[in-house]
Design a protein around this ligand. Structure first.
Ligand SMILES: [Zn+2]
Length: 343
């Protein structure tokens, strides 16, 4: 598979966390814009960037988490959040992603409320739509480590925001450390979101916890983040319930939940004709792009152009875009494949 074919191909990204998707160059750019090149604070912070770039693999994973923390710090002000959101969208657009679903947990601090956090992002999504020719939707994340009370508050806010910005706020994500908290705690809130018509894209079977995975599948949702430890029966259940599985290759390999690309469950899903899509998860933290993830998939699992077309179609269908938006995306994708038959 040709890299330039994948690079110029119009792509759909369904699983991207805002705070993990800012690339190294953009972090530096953001640091300069927020602190200025002469400020002592920036000089202190820039040391982290140098550290991220060096070290062995083990160090790198630790540094990934430091990078996350650092990103949260950079987006803790209104200005930082707005600039970071724009840069993330710009970077996806430059990789020819033409439809993006960004997910993030609304954070409250001394600079802004959770409501303001969401509104700043939504205004930036609107601005970026025209500026970078990209459709961007928001999935509001619940961090499972924050417990059910915060989750309840966030769901109410998500419903309120969806009513105010129906074309931008599309769904709910459940994420955060999968070893903390239990799904049961969030059932009521998620049911409320479901009843209100919000879609659900939940991190599920990210670690080996068969019972919880089963509870989640029985509850039912729209898209499964990772699905690394789904049993073959559970995979069948996903198929029956039309759940699409969001596979994040490099993220899983770098975090160690999958031992190597050749052992990734995408292969099993693909061979068993389960609806799956390729996503980046945190392309800034894991230093990847959607083009690179697709190239890895093509090279590791022997995908040809027809398979890639199938993945693009899966992604469009599984997206939370409107019917009209899906038709436009499908048309553009069909045209691209038709115009580039010989590459
Ligand atoms: Zn994720």
């Amino acid at each position: 598979m040709d890299l330039s074919f994948l690079k110029t191909m119009p792509k759909v990204e369904l699983h991207a966390h805002l705070n993990g998707s800012l690339k190294m160059d953009s972090i530096q750019e953001l640091g300069m814009e927020l602190y200025g090149d002469n400020s002592d604070e920036f000089l202190r912070e820039i040391k982290h960037f140098v550290e991220f770039a060096s070290g062995n693999d083990e160090d790198k994973l630790n540094k990934c988490f430091q990078k996350f923390q650092f990103m949260h710090k950079l987006t803790a002000t209104k200005e930082g959040l707005e600039l970071a959101t724009e840069k993330v969208i710009r970077d996806f657009a430059s990789d020819n992603v033409f439809y993006l679903e960004l997910r993030t947990t609304p954070k409250a601090n001394s600079n802004m409320s959770r409501r303001q956090y969401i509104e700043i992002i939504l205004h930036t999504l609107e601005d970026c739509h025209k500026k970078y020719d990209i459709i961007v939707k928001l999935l509001v994340s619940i961090d499972r480590s924050q417990g059910h009370q915060v989750a309840e508050e966030i769901i109410d806010l998500a419903i309120e925001m969806r009513n105010k910005y129906p074309s931008l706020v599309k769904g709910i994500d459940l994420s955060g450390n999968p070893a903390i908290g239990c799904f049961e705690d969030f059932v009521e809130s998620l049911q409320k979101a479901k009843n209100a018509g919000l879609k659900l894209a939940l991190h599920c079977a990210e670690i080996d916890n068969e019972m919880e995975t089963q509870e989640m599948l029985d509850f039912n949702f729209d898209r499964c983040g990772h699905g690394t430890f789904l049993t073959s029966q559970q995979v069948e259940q996903c198929k029956k319930q039309l759940i699409t599985i969001e596979c994040c290759l490099t993220s899983n390999v770098k975090c160690g939940t999958v031992k190597g690309y050749d052992l990734h469950h995408f292969k099993y899903l693909f061979e068993n004709k389960v609806k799956a899509v390729i996503c980046t998860d945190d392309c800034g933290v894991f230093d990847s792009t959607l083009t690179e993830e697709l190239l890895i998939a093509c090279r590791t699992y022997g995908l040809n152009k027809e398979h890639v077309y199938g993945l693009s179609k899966n992604a469009i269908e599984a997206s939370f875009a409107s019917k009209e938006e899906k038709q436009v995306m499908l048309k553009r994708t069909d045209e691209y494949f038709k115009d580039n038959q010989d590459i």
